[in-house]
Design a protein around this ligand. Structure first.
Ligand code: IPE
Ligand code: MG
Length: 261
């Protein structure tokens, strides 16, 4: 018993020392400006403990709050997360309902969150609002409206989002402007397309990271990730540790250095 306790203390101390060392290394270089995350593995995490799917999503939500704080601590100004895809609507009705309830609760709570106001975080939700319930849309509008004038940090949450759909949407808006004579076909360039994405006025992500060991981009930020570093972490999202996050950032910094950027 005492031995177990001693070895736990030693391993905790070693872990903290390693985390501090990693953090020093990460902070000694330029940190990414914009980090995008595909949060994956909530259900597998829950299953590994014999918990319900809903519990997995709740833990995932708690993890996201932690990661938001890590970003602020490290000076990462823009965080974009994939919370729910258009395909996720095909999941069990109960699960979709539970997730929508979490979104409803969360966006409202974000709008009132003292940390959001103290740190001047602009909240933005990217995705198909026509597929969400009026309550969820109202909660989103509440959070966005209350934070619309902030510019210190940006926190983008992709809900009912699909990357191809985002591109289709941009093309439609541009075509409409051409049709109405507002712009000419020759005016269409990369910048104009970027300006019609949900991420208009934001730099593209420097780092896109996905948890749970899956090596796919799953229709996330297709246009924006053209030059992003990709990082795949082998842990389920609720089990994502600060060390894993620091490792991802350090890997991104190392690769950029190697390619002379
Ligand atoms: C990510 O975890 C959260 C959402 C997509 C809503 P999953 O729910 O995809 O969990 P796994 O990947 O099935 O374990
Ligand atoms: Mg998944």
């Amino acid at each position: 018993m005492v031995r177990d306790e001693i070895s736990r203390v030693i391993s905790n101390t070693a872990y903290q020392a390693y985390e501090r060392k990693l953090e020093r290394s990460v902070m000694s270089e330029e940190v990414p400006h914009h980090v995008a995350i595909i949060m994956d593995g909530n259900r597998r995490y829950a299953r590994s403990f014999g918990w319900s799917v809903g519990e997995g999503h709740t833990r995932g939500k708690e993890k996201l709050e932690e990661v938001m704080q890590w970003c602020m601590d490290l000076g990462i100004r823009i965080l974009t997360v994939f919370a729910f895809s258009t395909e996720n609507f095909n999941r069990d009705e109960d699960e979709v309902e539970h997730l929508m309830h979490l979104f409803d609760e969360n966006f409202r709570a974000l709008g009132d969150d003292e940390r959001v106001h103290r740190n001047r975080i602009k909240v933005k939700v990217m995705g198909r609002r026509d597929l969400m319930s009026p309550e969820v849309v109202e909660a989103i509008e509440y959070a966005e409206e209350r934070t619309k004038d902030y510019d210190e940090y940006c926190y983008n949450i992709a809900v009912a989002y699909g990357g191809r759909e985002e591109i289709v949407n941009a093309v439609r808006q541009i075509a409409k402007k051409v049709e109405e004579g507002g712009i000419k076909i020759d005016d269409i360039d990369e910048q104009l397309i970027s300006a019609h994405m949900y991420t208009a006025n934001m730099p593209d992500p420097d780092l896109v990271l996905r948890t749970s060991g899956e090596v796919r981009v799953s229709n996330f930020l297709l246009w924006q990730m053209a030059y992003s570093e990709l990082y795949f972490a082998d842990v389920f999202w609720p089990g994502f540790r600060r060390i894993d996050f620091l490792r991802a950032i350090r890997s991104c910094q190392q690769r950029r250095r190697r390619y002379g950027m």
